[in-house]
Design a protein around this ligand. Sequence first.
Ligand code: SF4
Length: 175
Amino acid sequence: MSRDDAGPVDVDQPLAVGVPPAPHDASGERVPTRDLSGLAPPPRPARRWTPKRVVATPAALEHPHGRRIAERVAALGIEVERLRGNRVTGLRGETARETYARAKSTLAIVVSPPSRRRLQPIAPSADWRVDLAEGCPAHCQYCYLAGSLTGPPVTRVYADLDDILDGLAAVLVRP
Ligand code: SF4
């Protein structure tokens, strides 16, 4: 008898009649388990990322949040370079590998582009998303960011946090 002939499933009845329930397996089938904890590498404390270079655009430093970020960075003993213009420059190296390494170790304090201030749909995991930063300093080989962000993969943090939150408030109070 095929599943189609069997009629609707009665969810109150066990699927595997006469088989002792095994909490680790949904079908009730007995599954051997092994303790593999001895093979696991010992836990290591998490490392906090510290950028080698921090740059800030003039527009970003006009925002209180941008200045707060710069002050926190300076308190860690890292110099904050003030860029001459509002484009992030100086990331290109001699080779693509050098450009990648430079960008991944740089934090840029910038003002978010207008397109980023709009709520962006992100189905099916959530209704929408809003970005407070862009990029990531990690180097996971499977990461889709490397192919989806344009230009060198620098981590950007948005200085205009107050404007971003104000924009959200306007959307969230809408009936
Ligand atoms: S997958 Fe990409 S975004 Fe996630 S931690 Fe790795 S490099 Fe960063």
